[in-house]
Design a protein around this ligand. Structure first.
Ligand code: ADE
Length: 258
């Protein structure tokens, strides 16, 4: 049974987002063909929402990007992308720093981000007024009844916020909560397909995704602003995210300066 569980986990391993250091940079490994998971390939669309593509059916190139629903904590140690030392309590639950937390933790260790950057972010996040979180923005519904046939049309306007940089962008989208009433702010990191690397560390050539193909994206001093933009996005997304991220930054600061 255990052996089976282990094999099942290994079989799915290409779907895990891996984060590891590579010299002076932090390398992120992302799956290309996990279309129902947290990493999806989309084609750029004028409205900015992107159109999901079947990654193995079309050539992935300059018109495409990877949309990554990045996380920052996890309630267990089952992922290779956690920071085991970054363990804390949140609403009575034990949590470990995950993904974004690991990127920030390693960035401070490698000097991609300074402790002053973290202090600056905490100060910025503290100052955001409670009524300015994107999650509390009203979602507008316009209704109109067609006098001729009596059918009522309803149009829902869902806001989206995007910060664009030359290395990729960060988006906040309001989505209907899956198991509750209301909306939640989702944060996505969007990485242009022409900026990802293949398994040899070379720029990935335009081509359809191979079965279980993974690609790589490097964070370094050159694109450290993208990391801070992800932090900003969580900071303005909702009160919960804002408080969680402040707490994580504080913990990383304490570990950097014991
Ligand atoms: N909670 C953890 N990661 C999240 C994300 N990317 N968007 C919204 N909520 C989250």
């Amino acid at each position: 049974m255990l052996a089976f569980a282990f094999r099942a986990q290994c079989a799915d391993d290409y779907k895990s987002v891996l984060i590891f250091t590579n010299g002076d940079s932090i390398r992120v490994r992302l799956p290309l063909t996990d279309v129902t998971g947290k990493v999806r390939v989309k084609e750029i669309s004028p409205d900015g929402f992107g159109i999901p593509v079947a990654p193995s059916k079309v050539s992935l190139g300059t018109n495409d990007y990877i949309e990554w629903q990045i996380g920052y904590d996890i309630p267990n140690t089952n992922s290779p992308s956690i920071v085991p030392q970054l363990k804390f309590q949140r609403n009575g639950e034990t949590k470990y720093g995950h993904e974004l937390s690991k990127i920030i933790f390693e960035s401070v260790r490698l000097g991609i981000l300074s402790t002053n950057d973290l202090i600056g972010e905490i100060q910025k996040l503290e100052k955001i007024p409670t009524n300015e979180f994107e999650e509390s923005r009203p979602v507008q519904i316009e209704t109109l009844t067609n006098a001729a046939n009596g059918f009522q049309s309803a149009v829902e306007r869902l806001p989206q916020f995007t910060k664009v940089t030359s290395h990729g962008s960060v988006q906040i989208q309001l989505k209907q909560k899956q198991r509750a009433v209301g909306y939640q702010a989702m944060v996505y990191v969007c990485l242009p397909m022409n900026q990802v690397l293949d398994a040899n560390g070379n720029s990935r050539k335009s081509a359809p995704a191979k079965s279980k193909e993974t690609v790589f994206y490097d964070f370094s001093r050159e694109n450290a602003d993208l990391i801070l933009n992800i932090v900003d996005a969580f900071g303005i997304a909702s009160q919960q995210h804002n408080e969680d991220i402040q707490h994580i930054l504080q913990k990383i600061l304490e570990m950097a300066r014991p």
